[in-house]
Write a protein that binds this ligand. Structure first.
Ligand SMILES: [Mg+2]
Length: 116
């Protein structure tokens, strides 16, 4: 096998990509954690829309449906549209390359929405 040098970040002339979680990131729950009851946080949505406006490729990346197997893609798309979310792609837990369910993410490129 021949190896190439992998760059850590996109080249300056390439569009940057951000993966954005949905639940407890741009929307929250007051009691029952059921996706149709999620309440948008418009301050947080504005932070992501700003990245979109700055030229980032915005991918909303949610594990909705990863455990239950239910396809929440269209419902989620409808919520994002209703909330005024600007994005290029939506990946859910039942997409062809799904976001898996997990309890912790450890990643050198991760930020919580509060840090934006
Ligand atoms: Mg979340």
């Amino acid at each position: 096998m021949e190896f190439h040098e992998a760059k850590r970040f996109s080249a300056p002339d390439k569009q940057k990509v951000v993966l954005v979680d949905i639940d407890e990131t741009i929307c929250f729950y007051s009691e029952v954690r059921r996706y149709d009851l999620s309440q948008p946080n418009y301050d947080n949505i504005a932070k992501i829309n700003k990245l979109f406006d700055e030229g980032w490729r915005v991918v909303y990346w949610t594990a909705r449906g990863a455990v239950s197997g239910k396809d929440y893609t269209e419902h989620t798309r409808s919520q994002l549209d209703t909330w005024g979310c600007m994005y290029h792609e939506l990946v859910t837990g039942t997409s062809s390359h799904p976001k898996p369910h997990f309890d912790l993410i450890i990643d050198d490129k991760a930020k919580r929405i509060e840090e934006l």
